[in-house]
Design a protein around this ligand. Structure first.
Ligand SMILES: [Fe+2]
Ligand SMILES: [Fe+2]
Length: 386
């Protein structure tokens, strides 16, 4: 994957540095200039008139420029970018710049997500259940199952590709940070996510088959340019929690929320794709999650989060907070997607004229496709002509 196009002043400042060797740069200073109003600046710059809308209150949670910059910083710890020197991963000024973004992200999350009440560390499992039961976000899965057309389902998959193509990686950061029972519980879940050692069963590989089945590009990061900030925030919060040991409680709570809200929606996603003509290979990712996550949610809530909270009572509240953050960002993303579709618009980022462009696969697929994708699309097109 190559660096995406900049989306505003932060990425316009950051990205040109990253395409050069990591020497003699001071990104911390450069980003401070692009992030007016941060605490490191003088009081004069903190006046409301100077703060950009994107960085005020909780707006950073959905700001394209902000979230893309943070995503690019985090991506250096995953697969990286073809046009970025790997040494940037631990370059001190890059880390300083990332810390500025993270500080803003944490502030925005704290404003948007109240810390859920908790009646002692032994109440974590019950509190997680109550949190999930109280989630009243819009039902994207219900819309997809009953009403979505193929173009909308393709958009849904493109959004999800940002996380699913690296599925499980952000939570894996917690493994060396846990011990005993919680570590064993997390490894049990992650082993399933990684296919139990079989590549063809890795959930990220199953999702690649879903992309190919829809005639979409199955390569890692292919659609990074096409997703809005509200989508990137879903991945960024996992990386934030995963890359800071102090937030490991929030990370396991985040995973529990994902697992506990997965089984039923994935049944609906699978039903939607079958209704829209998806074959068994394309639907397998969703069917697999109906089964696997019915088990994972028990392990995550009890063996992982419950045991972690019992062992670390002072971090029990973090577990619930991490879960609440997952639910809130998912709610915002689903709300964005459904609102755009209600307006007859695309939920993806991109030029305005895309909203009224032709067939989805002509418009949505960007960059080179894998041979398998091209073969599959050719087959579907000829079938369509018959
Ligand atoms: Fe999975
Ligand atoms: Fe799972």
């Amino acid at each position: 994957m190559r660096l995406p196009a900049p989306r505003g002043p932060i990425t316009t400042t950051l990205f040109p540095h990253l395409t050069r060797p990591p020497a003699e740069h001071d990104l911390g200073t450069a980003l401070r200039d692009a992030l007016p109003g941060d605490g490191v600046l003088g009081d004069a710059l903190r006046a409301d008139g100077v703060l950009g809308d994107a960085l005020r209150a909780d707006a950073a949670l959905g700001d394209d420029d902000f979230q893309l910059a943070l995503f690019a910083c985090y991506e250096l710890h995953y697969q990286g970018f073809d046009d970025v020197d790997d040494r940037w991963e631990w370059e001190p000024s890059l880390l300083a710049a990332r810390a500025l973004l993270e500080h803003r992200f944490e502030q925005a999350l704290a404003r948007a997500v109240p810390r859920p009440p908790l009646d002692g560390p032994h109440g974590v499992r019950r509190a997680l259940n109550e949190l999930v039961a109280a989630d009243d976000g819009p039902s994207l899965s219900g819309h997809l199952a009953r009403h979505a057309d193929r173009r909308q389902f393709e958009e849904f998959v493109i959004h999800r590709s940002i996380y699913h193509l690296k599925e499980a990686d952000p939570h894996t950061w917690a493994i060396p940070r846990l011990a005993g029972g919680p570590k064993a519980a997390l490894v049990e879940i992650q082993s399933d996510e990684y296919g139990g050692g079989r590549r063809e069963r890795m959930h990220s590989e199953l999702f690649r088959a879903t992309l190919r089945g829809l005639g979409l590009d199955d390569s890692y990061g292919a659609y990074l340019d096409r997703v809005p900030g509200v989508t990137l925030a879903i991945s960024n919060v996992m990386s934030l929690f995963g890359l800071h040991r102090r937030l490991r409680g929030a990370l396991v709570g985040h995973l529990a929320a994902l697992e506990m809200t997965s089984s039923l929606p994935n049944r609906r996603y699978g039903d939607a794709l079958r209704r829209l003509g998806g074959d068994a290979d394309a639907v397998r990712f969703y069917d697999e999650h109906v089964q696997a996550d019915a088990v994972h949610e028990q392990i995550a809530a009890h063996d992982l989060c419950g045991a972690f909270a019992a062992a670390h009572p002072s971090a029990a509240g973090d577990v619930l907070y991490g879960a609440a953050c997952a639910l809130e960002l998912e709610r915002r993303w689903a709300g964005h997607v459904l609102a755009r579709w209600e307006q007859g618009a695309t939920s993806l980022a991109g030029p305005l004229d895309d909203r009224h462009a032709g067939p989805a696969r002509d418009r949505l697929a960007t960059g080179p496709r894998s041979p398998a994708s091209r073969d599959d699309e050719a087959g579907r097109q000829s079938a369509g002509r018959r």
